[in-house]
Design a protein around this ligand. Structure first.
Ligand code: NAP
Ligand code: ZN
Length: 352
């Protein structure tokens, strides 16, 4: 085992603080990675504060972080795809059974034996897995992603969760030329959704509660921006959308967005607020509309997304912070005050 520096929370109400954790010795199929940057996802905050207790209670200490970019420092004897020095990424998944129906169709995110990067049972060391707010990580090569060298690593880190979580449903619902697409919430996920929907050729409309983000939304690729608190502005779009992606992290009313969908239109939720969101069935009946969900994406699709980003030079707009600012960053994220993703420079951990 190797001791590594990390930041962890010891309860739902305590701040993240400097800690030491163990990483396993590399097995023949493992890759060891020196972490350079780790994006800060709202899921990290939900987990640290045990907001998903009814679904997946948090085990403490909790080391979050599933938007990991780094360089390979060592590989096991059977590793064939990676070598020392490669720029690689790790997202939300670190293990699966490879045999279940989900794994067989490259959707490891739905594997009943799947292991998430943090707060999942650790099959090697016992306890739970520890994420990317740390110096290094050891991962089975299947779950390691190749990161195109032309991408800035700080901005590429959020692609590993915010990127794939928006890329996957936009692809699944065949968003492209001729589609009118709405992106609800301009945060970490939302701003990536805008970039991808635009790159796929859609007409993109951003719904925001933050007036201060209007100009940025246009710069990021939106054709139109709607203040979602203004009913009149909202209703101008009634019945016109093919697809709407809702990335909101907090309680909100989704029924107005259902009204904006056209016949057979779909509203996909990727945001995961603490409490259930009520849906008026009448709103769905008229127009045969649907509401669905989507969870990150499989490993093959994540690689496809990274390659697409490499070709189109797409990264996240990041504010790079030292790990010592992480608790402040969480408070700012709660106030929707992040443009548009925090990316932690892990070199800052070396001074701990
Ligand atoms: P984020 O950066 O905090 O962005 C969320 C955005 O939602 C905010 O920027 C804000 O946008 C909007 N918002 C916040 N509070 C709101 C409210 N009360 N009413 C209306 N809008 C509000 O969070 P994120 O990292 O993008 O994550 C978003 C959600 O997705 C979280 O719940 C996270 O856990 C979840 N998630 C799901 C998956 C998945 O696989 N499905 C993966 C990653 C994350 P405006 O300022 O523009 O209004
Ligand atoms: Zn995430």
């Amino acid at each position: 085992m190797n001791e590594t520096r990390a930041y962890s929370a010891h309860s739902a109400t305590s701040p993240l603080e400097s800690d030491k954790i163990n990483r396993r010795d590399i097995t023949p199929s493992d890759v060891q990675i020196d972490i350079q940057f780790c994006g800060v996802c709202h899921s990290d905050l939900h987990t640290v504060r045990n907001e998903w207790a009814d679904f997946v209670p948090t085990t403490y200490p909790c080391v979050p972080g599933h938007e990991i970019i780094g360089r390979v420092t060592a590989v096991g004897s059977e590793v064939s795809q990676y070598k020392k020095g490669d720029l690689v990424g790790v997202g939300c998944l670190v293990d699966s059974d490879h045999t279940c129906p989900s794994c067989k169709i490259d959707m490891e995110q739905f594997c009943p034996d799947g292991v998430f990067t943090y707060n999942s049972p650790d099959k090697h060391l016992g306890g739970v897995t520890y994420g990317g707010y740390s110096e290094s990580i050891v991962i089975d090569e299947f779950f390691v992603l190749k990161v195109p060298e032309n991408l800035d690593p700080a901005g590429a880190a959020p692609l590993l969760c915010a990127g794939i979580t928006t890329y996957s449903p936009l692809r699944h619902w065949k968003v492209g030329e001729g589609s009118k697409v709405g992106i609800v919430g301009l945060g970490g996920l939302g701003h990536m959704g805008v970039k991808f929907a635009r790159a796929f050729g859609a007409h993109v409309v951003v719904f925001t509660t933050s007036e201060s983000k209007v100009e940025d939304a246009m710069r990021l690729g939106a054709h139109e921006v709607v203040n979602s608190r203004n009913t009149e502005e909202m209703m101008k779009h009634a019945g016109t959308f093919h697809f709407i992606l809702d990335t909101v992290s907090a309680d909100h009313d989704i029924n107005p967005y259902i009204q904006l969908l056209g016949i057979d239109g779909n509203l996909t939720l990727v945001g995961a607020p603490e409490k259930p969101l009520p849906v008026a069935s009448m709103g769905l009946l008229f127009g045969r509309k649907s509401v669905s969900g989507s969870l990150i994406g499989g490993i093959a699709e994540t690689q496809e997304m990274l390659d697409f980003c490499g070709e189109h030079n797409i990264t996240s707009d990041v504010e790079v912070i030292p790990i010592q600012k992480i608790n402040e960053a969480y408070e700012r994220m709660l106030k929707s005050d992040v443009k548009y993703r925090f990316s932690i420079d892990m070199a800052s951990l070396k001074s701990e």
